[in-house]
Ligand binder design. Structure first.
Ligand code: ADE
Ligand code: ZN
Length: 341
């Protein structure tokens, strides 16, 4: 029997959607750090960052700009490769609990030894070691996307791109950009993105989270990315949505993040469902889960409740994510089997 698409999903349908094996493409490693983990490190190292926590223990910030500075303050306790090894362990444990079987995470050489290449190699080795352990223990696969930070400027981005290019391979599979979308223009970072592309890396950049459709156009034209971080404000321009659908550009949507940060007032107002119906390749991720009080299971629950996305729809969304994953074909084939299970 087929389900009436207008009828609300049953509790059983929602649970089935939440229980699916999941692919996540857009998560910032430091932004996924549980607050208790960061507080613990601060105590160990005697670093006072008490101002970034709320009385209930969560991260405290007022708006997006403040979020970025709280994020950077949290990173000050991640002082060496060992801290990043522990961070990867803690984050992948959470992801695996949420049914994530494959995840790509943004890694920032800026927070790993200040973009010094020798230091970056050491941080990376520690993170890869933790990822291999998590894969053996929980069956979760991690790949890294080296990320420059927009408000640190184009010169610093070149250093991050050099770290990316020098370590590109089966594990570092992409290059991207996060940070304040109002800092400079996408084209200011073209040198860094060209260097990463020449090293064989796949590309993504945050665009159309805060700025409008013109920013998504700039990402596609000036940086020639194949995926866009968020990209949701493209929905304001039907011709652009058509182009995104035709070109097969994948949008790394993070609905909970957008609602929590106030890009949209309510999930009902979020364009993810409209974009999908218009043929855009949409995927679902958490961005910085503890900052936005979300998890992959919660994202799936909320999409099921709000838009009636059932397990079949979310299976399709996961396949879209896997098709757009930056990993090698063998890894993709292996994960495809896990999604079928
Ligand atoms: N860095 C971490 N989270 C981010 C977001 N949502 N937008 C831009 N940069 C980020
Ligand atoms: Zn992001």
């Amino acid at each position: 029997m087929t389900r009436d698409p207008e009828a609300p999903l049953s509790e059983e349908d929602i649970a089935a959607a939440m229980d699916l094996p999941k692919v996540e493409l857009h998560m910032h490693l430091e932004g996924a750090a549980p607050p208790a983990f960061i507080r613990g490190l601060a105590k160990e190292k005697n670093i006072d960052i008490s101002g970034i926590f709320r009385p209930d223990g969560g991260y405290a910030y007022r708006d997006f700009e403040h979020f970025l500075s709280v994020y950077e303050a949290a990173c000050t306790v991640l002082t060496g490769p060992e801290e990043f090894r522990r961070l990867v362990q803690a984050v992948l444990e959470q992801s695996a609990e949420n049914g994530v079987v494959y995840t790509e995470t943004f890694l920032s050489p800026d927070f790993c030894g200040g973009c010094d290449l020798g230091a970056w190699r050491e941080y990376l080795a520690a993170m890869q070691e933790a990822a291999a352990e998590a894969e053996a223990q929980n069956g979760i696969t991690l790949r890294g996307i080296v990320t420059c930070i927009r408000h640190f400027g184009p010169e610093q981005a070149k250093l991050a791109a050099r770290c990316a290019a020098e370590t590109a391979g089966d594990w570092i599979v992409g290059f991207g950009m996060g940070g304040a979308e109002n800092a400079g223009e996408q084209k200011d970072f073209a040198w860094a993105f060209d260097a990463a592309r020449e090293a064989g890396l796949k590309l993504t950049t945050h665009a159309g989270e805060w700025r409008g459709p013109e920013e998504v156009r700039a990402a596609l034209q000036d940086l020639r990315v194949e995926r866009v971080g968020h990209g949701v404000r493209a929905a304001e321009d039907p011709a652009l949505v058509e182009e995104i659908a035709e070109r097969g550009v994948t949008l790394e949507c993070c609905p909970g993040s957008n609602v929590f940060l106030g890009v949209y007032d309510r999930l009902e107002d979020h364009p993810i469902d409209r974009l999908r119906k218009a043929g855009a390749r949409v995927t679902v991720s958490t961005d910085d889960p503890p900052f936005f009080h979300t998890t992959m299971r919660r994202e799936y629950r909320d999409l099921a409740q709000t838009f009636g996305w059932d397990a079949d729809t979310l299976r399709e969304v996961n396949q879209t994510a896997l098709d757009a994953a930056f990993c090698d074909p063998d890894t993709r084939a292996r994960i495809a089997k896990l999604l079928e299970a």
